[in-house]
Structure formats: C-alpha cells, structure tokens
Design a protein around this ligand. Sequence first.
Ligand code: DGL
Length: 300
Amino acid sequence: MASYSSPIVVLDSGLGGLTVVRELQTALPDEDIAYFGDTARLPYGSKTAATVTRFVDQIITFLLPLQPKHVVIACNTATALALPALRARFPMLPISGVVEPGAKAAIVAAGAKHCPAIGVIATDATVRSKAYDRAIHRRRSLATVWQLPTPILVPLIEDGRTTSDPLVKLALQQYLAPLVKHGIDVLVLGCTHYPVYRELIEQMLGASVPVIDSARQCAQDVGSRLRNAGMLRGTSPASVADGSSAQRGSLRCYVTDDPQRFQRLAPRFLGVEIDAPVWVSPDELYVQRPNGPVPLSVPA
Ligand code: DGL
C-alpha cells in the first residue's frame, strides 16, 4: 500500500516530462520520483487514443510494484487521449495530468480579459482531441482558442537540436506566424517537450505575450493533492517523527530505448545531471513481470 514515503511516478513518451520533474523537485524537494520515458515508442502525438492508452496502461502496470502514491501523466497527448480511461482502469491510484493545469495557468495569464485570444501549440493528437479547447472554455467561455499542431518540434527536441539550430528557428517562425497574425494574448506550450525552446519562442512573440507551460501549475496541484491526503513527504506526523523531512528525494529514470542518449540529453530539461537510466525492454511491458522494477530504496 502507498504511504507518504512512496514515490511519485511521472511518465511521458520521452524527455519532455522531465520539465515537470524539474518543477516537482523544486516544489517538493523531499519526494522520491520514478520517471518513465517511453523512448522506444515515441512520438505519442501521431498515434491513436487506443494505442496511447495501451502504452500508458502498460507503463503504470509495470511501475505498480513501486506502490506510487501519485501518478503524473507528464504528457499532454496522453493526458488528452487517455486520462479518463486510466483513472477508470486504476481506480485506487491518484492520477493527474497536465492539460487542466495548463489551461488554468493560461486563464490566470489572460487576467481580466473576458474574450482573450489564447494560442495553443501541441502535438497533432492533442489538437485533434480539443482537450485544451474544452479546458479553457470551461474557465472562460468567451475565449478564442487558436490550436496549432506543431509535429516537427518533438523529433527536433528528442534529436537534441538547440535553439541555435537554423531548422529549429525556421520551424518556430513558420509555426508561430499565424498565431502572431491572430493577435494572441497568451501562448500555451501544450506539450511538455516545448519548454526547452521557451526563450526563443518568447523572443519571437515579444514581451506582451506570456508563454505558459503547465509544469509549474501541475507541480503545485500535485503538492496540494498530496498535502490534502496527508501523503506529503516531510510534513506527515510519521515523517516528522522519523526525521525523514531532512532527506532530499531521489530520481530514478526508466527508459525503453537508448539510456545513454537519455542521460546525455536529460540535463537540458532538468538543469542537472542524472544517474544512468534503467533500460526496460518494451517486450517486458507486454509481458508484465510479477515483481516489477526494483523499489526506489534499493540501489539498482
Ligand atoms: N511530451 C509529450 C506531450 O506533452 C510528447 C508528445 C509526443 O510523444 O509526441 O504531448
């Protein structure tokens, strides 16, 4: 059974969800985090809801032996396509995503405007799902939402291309031009990979257009959910009694392909180096192991 000292599971198709881990580590520095990057099967953004739901179901099932106290779907695509199905499949597990926090942050950034124009760049699948459209309109019914699929960005980012790369500049210029023409008031980065290009995007849009990503809001939401459930490490009576509040949380990463590459690129997303990720063959996800992964407290 999960307890306050259980890990938080964070998952994405690849490196992008590490932008959420970074905010979680800042907001909740004592928490142990198990991160799963499904690098063998990315991108998720070009796949169907059935496929993405099956992939994420397999990952959560694989990590269940860690007894996570919370699962963060740190992928807009998987949140948009699979969150209700995953909650139904794992009713005892608190699961949250990134779309609602992103929409919430966008509305805060839009301020008092009754009819703000909100741009959303995201994967094909996220745009097709209209998840942002619904989440924004639920909060501000008169908002105009301009959603734009930007499918080239995830492959560029996973390829390690930086903002000094002419291909990246060209892609962003082409993608952002129609949104600039529409006179958007706010831009939502509707994919957890995109914050690595945030500075250049901000430069291209100018200071008057706030650029939002859901990572910070998502970390705050996870913090308050855990606090309300008495599951926050460092504040529950038991953790205070055993002195564990002084301990910094650990991060263990699991990937389905090329752990070295993931380890090399991770600092761009996280700001710090990571230990070598554990490689999990996708075959293992189809045929689940009875004992699952090694618990976080036991060195690999
Ligand atoms: N980081 C995922 C998202 O937020 C990536 C998408 C992909 O794998 O295409 O949508």
